[in-house]
Design a protein around this ligand. Sequence first.
Ligand code: OGA
Ligand code: MN
Length: 293
Amino acid sequence: MPDTASLALEAQPQTLRIVPTGGPFGARVEGLDRTRPCDAATRAALNRAFLDHQLLVLPGAPMTPAQMRDTSAIFGEVVPQLLRYKRVGELPEVSRMESTLKADGTTDKTAIRAETWHTDDSYMAAPAKGTVLHALQIPSRGGTTWFCDMYGVYAALPAATRRRIDGRKAVHAYDTVRAINRPSARTPQEIAETPDVVHPLVRTHPETGRKALYLNFNRLDRILDMERAESDALLDELADVARQPRFHYGHRWTLGDAVVWDNRCLMHRVDVDYPVGEERIMLRTLLRGDRPA
Ligand code: OGA
Ligand code: MN
């Protein structure tokens, strides 16, 4: 049974202000105290805003891994991520992502791959519905994370293209010849956990009912029942639409920001344009999702 102190905290709804970014999607949440337990009304307001805006910026001071897990859990069930080497020891459902640019021009594999438009976890049968990224260390300039509105991209496709892709399925894999960079090596256990999967090319968001194009330049290998040359050409054509800036919003990080976004209707990428040697360290969580349909 909860004690009186936590009941008192539970009873205090927080007064939030949801301020749209001015871009095609996304909002900034003002007034949330991420260090307090979240009451049911505040939780409902935040989840409503998440569906309405696809991405929320939650500003605040740097958090501990436990605070990061608790803040993430407002939006869903936090699930452990594939790559064991990134997991925070005492809290395996929180990962520490280091994207610092090294003197030899490289970063961690995951950070190099994140320069390309992608959606997290699409190589999984039930990919994460959302990702939370929390800035613990940021470089003095650069490192913007960009997001792409895949509802908007789908809606903008010519009717003839929509007819070509509606009902089609595609193979997503941990790695594909279509990706520019190679991913982090997996342990035998991690390989066994990540067989190729098939997802619809157009998915219907399970909570909003809206259709979104489900692309991932790093993981989408080919369209099922199509010759590779034709599949490549069609995927390239779709990618060109997604590259149009009118679908994009860029988040410029402030230390301590947490950003939660919806992987079911957004892709994202990062600009690795920051000074060499300046630390860029994020905590990251993934929220359990459904099988795309
Ligand atoms: C990720 C990711 C981008 C960034 O962690 O999934 O794509 O800006 N990160 O670090
Ligand atoms: Mn990512």
